[in-house]
Design a protein around this ligand. Structure first.
Ligand code: XMP
Length: 514
């Protein structure tokens, strides 16, 4: 798709993806590339603007990430943020030093000069600072446009060369007018028209898929999660019954989830596609019998998934294309896009491409962030309860049962989880918590029920608030809600005599409970 875009050059900052998301919220398409990307590659992409992200280094130290000076001589507007601002000044002849006072957190910034970047922003505003170095002297040609108590150059610009520098982070929501500043940059300064809209993206993608697939056959592994559901529906709108979706029920799904997925995508559902549900529960339970070690369980589930999928694919015969629900953060995090490559330790039941004979992979959501995938899903008419599903790991309840997995333990965790979800929804809390579920510990202990001694399992309730799923805090759930959940689990789910609420943040714990 040849469309106007802004490029984010990533210097390893923790907010790199956030910068790109905020730009897209201004309806401007934007991609992330590492600072190692050659200038000629950047130029070839014909960006309307370039944003340099923050980063953990000191730009004056040997070997610190940098960029060649010519980047600033292209005439393309460049906005440097934090480290990006410092590197701009450092390269162009300004001075960056260790700051006498390190700024961290919400900080009052005073705007001293009229600037296109600050159009519509009050003279005093709050921004998010996070730096130990500061620009002590702006580079020649730059006008200082804002300061804070401890930072003489909070913003500077050289409008002749189209260069802008902000010491703070407009991408972080704590910067009150941050989105306005980014909007001023991409729309006002770079002149982007703001044509990046999900309805158009969906329409264009459908046309492109039709062109690419022609009369070919397409195979899609459908998990019922947001990404694969949106990918499947988009494909189905484009090519109808040329698409076959294989849904493997590995017996580790949430309560009734298998039937719900079938209702939406199966023959009674709303979409034109061939839907195959494979009930492989027993196969998975047999393979998992007696296995306690979490990584081993993950491997077994992943491998068995591939076997089942492979068998189904063979039955279908020749396949031209295979659909994958890859989304943009996967691309960035696998090191293909930005710099701060978080090598993904999670794999969705994956490795599919190696086991099925096909010509090409189609990744219709490859350029989208998660919230954009959801918007695309709504555009495509997918029911809201599917579009706003919480993340659910590929290995399913296999990572929510500590110790060995049995059909009975799956039943316990499914029932407890359904109660927890229902009660959070009743309390109006469901949309406010990032991720929540019940897990089953492998601890059994003595209890008493009626006149009887019991020796049963403990269920752990987990609910976390998180922005990026890399770190998380336990959610504050009113005690009476927790008590209600506990009461119902004890009364309604056989085999449980204790209920815990997990207070641990991530780190040191993980979000899942395995
Ligand atoms: P952890 O447990 O590592 O989880 O703190 C972070 C986020 O990733 C999800 N998760 C997975 N997602 N396949 C996935 O697609 C997996 O194997 C997997 N393991 C964990 C988890 O639900 C949380 O949202």
């Amino acid at each position: 798709m040849d469309q106007e875009k802004v490029i984010v050059i990533d210097f390893g900052g923790q907010y790199n993806q956030l910068v790109a998301r905020r730009v897209r919220e201004c309806n401007v398409y934007c991609e992330i590339y590492s600072y190692r990307t050659a200038l000629k590659e950047i130029v070839a992409m014909k960006p309307k603007g370039i944003i340099l992200t923050g980063g953990p280094n000191s730009c004056y130290e040997e070997g610190a990430p940098a960029y060649q000076k010519e980047l600033f001589e292209l005439g393309i507007p460049v906005l440097g943020l934090c480290y990006g601002a410092q590197i701009m000044m450092h390269i162009l002849g300004g001075k960056v030093e260790n700051a006498p006072v390190r700024e961290y957190g919400k900080t009052k910034v005073l705007i001293d000069k009229t600037s296109l970047l600050f159009s519509g922003v009050p003279e005093t505003t709050v921004c998010w600072m996070s730096h130990f170095d500061y620009i002590s002297k702006a580079a020649p040609g730059f006008l200082v446009t804002a300061h804070t108590t401890d930072c003489p150059v909070a913003a500077a610009e050289d409008t002749k060369r189209n260069l802008y520098a902000l010491q703070f982070h407009p991408e972080v929501l704590h910067t009150q007018e941050g989105t306005k500043m980014l909007n001023n940059f991409v729309r006002g300064i770079c002149g982007c028209s703001g044509g990046w809209r999900m309805d158009r993206f969906v329409e264009d993608s459908i046309q492109e898929i039709r062109k690419k697939v022609g009369k070919g056959n397409v195979l899609c592994a459908l998990s019922g999660g947001v990404d694969s559901s949106v990918a499947a529906v988009m494909m189905s709108k484009a090519i109808g019954s040329q698409l076959t979706c294989v849904f493997v029920d590995h017996g580790l799904l949430r309560k009734n989830e298998g039937d719900e997925v079938e209702e939406v995508f199966g023959s009674q559902g709303n979409y034109e596609l061939n839907f195959i549900r494979v009930n492989a529960q027993e196969r998975f339970y047999v393979k998992l019998a007696g296995v306690k070690e979490p990584e081993r369980k993950r491997k077994i589930i992943g491998e068995e998934f591939i076997r089942v999928f492979e068998e189904e694919a063979k039955k279908i015969g020749s396949v031209d294309f295979l659909v994958q629900g890859t989304i943009y953060p996967d691309v960035v995090e696998s090191g293909l896009g930005g710099e701060s490559a978080v090598i993904k330790s999670h794999h969705n039941v994956g490795g599919l491409p190696e086991c099925v004979d096909f010509k090409e992979i189609i990744e219709p959501l490859r350029s989208l962030f998660k919230d954009e995938v959801r918007t695309a899903g709504l555009e495509l008419g997918i029911p809201e309860h599917l579009v706003f599903r919480q993340p659910f790991p590929g290995p399913g309840l296999g990572v929510r049962i500590v110790g060995d997995v049995t059909a009975d333990k799956v039943r316990i965790v499914q029932d407890a989880d359904a109660i927890f979800r229902e009660e959070l929804a009743n309390a109006g809390l469901a949309q406010m918590i990032g991720q929540y579920f019940a897990a089953l510990t492998d601890m059994r202990s003595v209890g008493v029920m009626g006149d009887e001694r019991t020796y049963d399992y403990a269920v752990a309730l987990r609910a976390v608030n998180t922005v990026d799923f890399m770190t998380a805090e336990a959610a504050e759930i009113p005690f009476e809600v927790l008590q209600r959940v506990m009461g119902r689990i004890i009364n309604e789910v056989g085999g449980v005599n204790r209920v815990f609420y997990d207070l641990t943040s991530k780190p040191p714990a993980t979000i899942e409970f395995e």
